[in-house]
Design a protein around this ligand. Structure first.
Ligand code: HEC
Ligand code: HEC
Ligand code: HEC
Length: 432
């Protein structure tokens, strides 16, 4: 999160969003509100191209102080601090108090600054503040990211399993490096691992970082890999002439969730003959061209937002993030205990797939070719597709809003760093 403002994927897309909405909305102000909140609070999010940002705005991104000062907008204190039109727990509508009292999950805080217990910091609503996004350009009637809503209408929220339980697990340690602190057994790891296995390498490649930052990023990368390996259960079995493959979602929201553009998860099936040759493959990825090869049986889990009836833009799936007003596809697997009705109401739409209420797995069937003696099944995830990277480069050619040349730099990083290689989430081998 601390790199949220220098993330070149962010900067490249921010530039395109600003261009797409030029004269209509100052959209970059909205983006910077979440990606570098201190800059937004102190009035440097305009000009919206980021030209007024200071070094510290880039360096700290979503920083400690923002989160530590957040107040629940539904408490008496929060109501007194917020405007009546504040959306609760969405769209970066954070509510802060001015006194810099740091809040956290301990009823016995020990720290060199003013501190106080806050239940809000232990709840998913806290994260929902930024991890539930609806597009203001379309009167909030179009979803952008709905991770919090997906969680809210799942078994996890009913059981009281919060975002923090999975993304900030408790470990033994000291709360800060302030000295004289008590060793606690419930320090919450601030690593926020998600699917970004590749982005840490990009940041190290692109910027001159301090050794401590590089070390932290490499740790983040390993944690992201572990998170991805714990996200799904994969099973494959033979039924007659068919291979039945089942993917079960073990995460607390859709699998995968969140930021949709260019992200995808897919099944890769390799049938072998008795000489060890691959005689049939579905979901083949070519690492040289970075293309996912289409076939009749391929299963790709992804969201494809797009445009419908927008002047000046062609209809269909698109990467024009801020302009998109339609969900063409979203077959990402829902979490345990989800409900179709609630998902429709919260705009966490499911499109191009049918899941029964509560169904948190998906099955795909493949024809077993003659001569196959065994099969290997893999579940892959890729955080940035070739199509998206090319879009970011091409759309930023001649774009005056791209003051950081982020489109081109992102492309160069992609070429230098193995084109965002897919990450193996799970793999099984079955004799046939
Ligand atoms: C039961 C454990 C669990 C809970 C609860 C949970 N997550 Fe996750 N989360 C995961 C796993 C596993 C992944 C990796 C798979 C994926 O990308 O969906 C993940 C991925 C993510 C990602 C990365 C998505 C991306 O595109 O890189 C974000 C962001 C995230 N979670 C936020 C949240 C928020 C916010 C909440 C609470 C509203 C939450 N999570 C609750 C387990 C959990
Ligand atoms: C002030 C807004 C804000 C709040 C509050 C917030 N996040 Fe985030 N979070 C972000 C932004 C912005 C990013 C994306 C950074 C990027 O990749 O450029 C992010 C990224 C993440 C990721 C990493 C996704 C990946 O791709 O690997 C996880 C996991 C995550 N957040 C979890 C949480 C959890 C859990 C909470 C609550 C304890 C939380 N966040 C609260 C803004 C926020
Ligand atoms: C309400 C808060 C919020 C706003 C507003 C917001 N973002 Fe984000 N953004 C996030 C969070 C949270 C994530 C991480 C989610 C995930 O990884 O699934 C994210 C992730 C991203 C990513 C993916 C980064 C990566 O390395 O994978 C890009 C690109 C991005 N945002 C661009 C934008 C742009 C451009 C805008 C404005 C049009 C914008 N965001 C507005 C919260 C926000």
């Amino acid at each position: 999160m601390s790199f949220a403002a220098v993330d070149p994927l962010f900067l490249a897309l921010n530039a395109i969003s600003n261009r797409d909405l030029e004269g209509v909305a100052e959209v970059g102000d909205f983006c910077l509100r979440c990606h570098t909140p201190a800059a937004w609070l102190e009035g440097r999010s305009e000009p919206v191209d980021g030209s007024a940002l200071k070094e510290k705005d880039f360096k700290y991104g979503v920083a400690c102080d923002l989160c530590m000062r957040m107040v629940d907008p539904l408490t008496e204190e929060g109501k007194a601090l917020s405007r009546p039109d504040t959306m609760v727990y969405a769209n970066g509508q954070y509510v802060l108090e001015d006194d810099y009292v740091r809040r956290g999950p301990y009823s016995d805080p020990q720290s060199p600054h003013k501190s106080q217990y806050s239940e809000f910091h232990t709840k998913s609503e806290f994260c929902g503040t930024c991890h539930d996004i609806y597009n203001p350009v379309y009167n909030l009637e179009t979803p952008v990211e709905t991770t919090y809503s997906e969680w809210l209408y799942s078994a996890y929220s009913e059981e009281g399993v919060e975002c923090q339980d999975c993304h900030m697990p408790a470990v033994e340690g000291y709360a800060a490096y302030a000295g004289n602190l008590e060793l606690r057994d419930n320090i919450y790891r601030h690593e926020f691992a998600g699917s970004s296995v590749w982005m840490p390498d990009v940041l190290v490649w692109m910027y001159e970082l301090e050794p401590g930052e590089v070390e932290a990023l490499m740790k983040t990368k390993e944690r992201a890999r572990e998170t991805m390996r714990s996200a799904a259960d994969l099973e494959a079995r033979r039924e007659g002439d068919m291979l039945v493959v089942r993917v079960t979602n073990l995460a607390g929201h859709k699998l995968p969730t969140g930021y949709p553009e260019g992200r995808r998860m897919w099944l890769n099936i390799r049938f072998y003959d008795d000489a060890g040759r691959v005689i049939k493959e579905s979901g083949r990825y070519d690492p040289v061209s970075a293309e996912l090869v289409k076939d009749d049986e391929i299963k790709v889990y992804e969201a494809k937002p797009g445009l419908k009836d927008v002047d000046g833009f062609s209809e269909g799936p698109s990467f024009h993030f801020a302009m998109n007003n339609w969900i063409y596809k979203d077959n990402r697997i829902p979490p345990r205990g989800f409900s179709n009705r609630a998902y429709e109401e919260r705009m966490a739409y499911i499109r191009g797939a049918t899941y029964e209420d509560g169904q948190y797995w998906d099955t795909t069937v493949y024809a077993i070719p003659v001569g196959a003696v065994r099969v290997k099944v893999f579940l892959w995830h890729q955080s940035v597709s070739k199509e998206f990277i090319e879009f970011l480069r091409d759309e930023n050619i001649g774009n005056n809003w791209d003051i950081f040349d982020a489109g081109e730099k992102m492309y160069a990083a992609w070429e230098a760093l193995d084109r965002s290689p897919p990450v193996e989430m799970a793999g099984v081998e079955v004799p046939l």
